[in-house]
Structure formats: C-alpha cells, structure tokens
Design a protein around this ligand. Sequence first.
Ligand code: C5P
Ligand code: MG
Length: 233
Amino acid sequence: MWRRVSSLSNIISVAKPSLLYQVAHGLHILKAFSTEALNPAEAGILSKTRSPTINFVLGGPGVGKGTQCTRIAETYGFTHLSVGDMLRKEISSNSEYGDMILETITKGKIVSSEVTVKLLKSAIASSETDRFLIDGFPRSEENRVAYEQIIGIEPEVVLFFECNEEEMMKRVLHRNQGRVDDNIITTKERLRVFEAYSLPVIRYYSQKGKLHKINAIGTEDEIFERVRPIFDA
Ligand code: C5P
Ligand code: MG
C-alpha cells in the first residue's frame, strides 16, 4: 500500500513535468525579492577572510536527518542549521511570517524561498563558525535556485538519507515531539511533496556527483557508521 522511494532510478523518473514549473516559479520569486539579491560577498557571507563550508542534508519526513545531523555536527565540528527548526522558531516567536509558516507546515507544504533563504542567510552571516550542516534544505528546485542566487556557496557534500515510506510514516507517528505536522494526513502530504519537489533536487546533485546516499534503515549507530567515511575522507 505504501510506495517505496528507494532507488535513484525512481528519482530520475519522478516529477519531470513539474520541474520546469518549479524553476519558473523560483525565478518568479527571485524577481520579487531581487532588490535583496546580494552576492555572497555583499551579503557578508563570503569575504577575504571568510569562505564557509556548506553541506546539505536531505531525506523524507521522519527519516532521521536531525538525529544524524546532531551526531555529525558534534563529531566533525559543524554548526547544525535545521531549516524546519528555524521555521518553527519563527512561529513561536510570533514573527511577521509566523502565521503563514504555521499554515504551510500544518498543510505539509513548502514555505516560500523568500522567507527560508532570508532566514538561512542571516543564520550563516551571524554565525561565528564557518562549517555548516544545513538540514532539510533545499527541499525544492525553487529553494535550490533561490539559494544559488542569494547565498551562492556551492555545497561540498549533499547527504541523502533514504528509507521506504512505510518506515518514515511509522517513525513520524511514534516520535511524540508534539509537532502539528506529525499526523497521518499531513505526513501523507509531506511524503507526496517530498517525492514531487525534493527528489528533483536529489537528482540534480546526483548528476553533479555531490550526492551521498545513505541507507537510513537500522539503528542510530549503524546509520552513523555509514555516514562516517564521507566526513573522515
Ligand atoms: O525538516 P522538517 O521535517 O523539520 O520540516 C518540517 C516542515 O517545515 C516541512 O514539512 C515544511 O513544511 C517546512 N520546511 C519548508 N522548507 C524547508 C524546510 C522545512 O517549508 N526548506
Ligand atoms: Mg528535522
């Protein structure tokens, strides 16, 4: 009854018709905030003394991105930036975007890059560290295009934690973190959104030779052992 999102051949065959639309939409969004489209140096993110290292961590809902990011960050000295956590913080701090973000997360949809990339940019710019693990981003081609335009630092590594949908649903429904989106209806939509919008991004980085696919079935320790060789190298 659950579809498996398990092989790269699946990824390559998924969501092609919507891809052009997503990129076009991304460009439309960019036009809307092009006055803020500073280059990385202007944005204070890159400078003579600063050239941050960026790694992206992707995977469907409940796959364990956050758990593994915590361990990777501790072991290899990265600053862990969870975009989902950053968005939830906007809700709890009643920011101007709070209502829109809450509504989007509750529906299992993706928040506009206009907001997400702005948050990410200020988190990177205000950090005293220079090595980042960005968790849950880019989640769509729109996110990716906006990131390239506004932040523009090429990621070194893109990790993709891979797991079947039945297991992801089980993990989401058992984690008891009190999240508004950890219910069956929203999670079905999150899985659909992952397949339609995130798999094209995964395919993009696979074609660029940056993607490291990790089997996310197993214990936390087992999965972390699969990640280690990538950062030990
Ligand atoms: O990554 P996480 O599961 O914490 O994300 C929770 C929700 O936050 C997503 O389902 C989505 O609604 C929102 N989100 C987003 N754009 C991102 C990351 C998260 O809209 N890049
Ligand atoms: Mg998370």
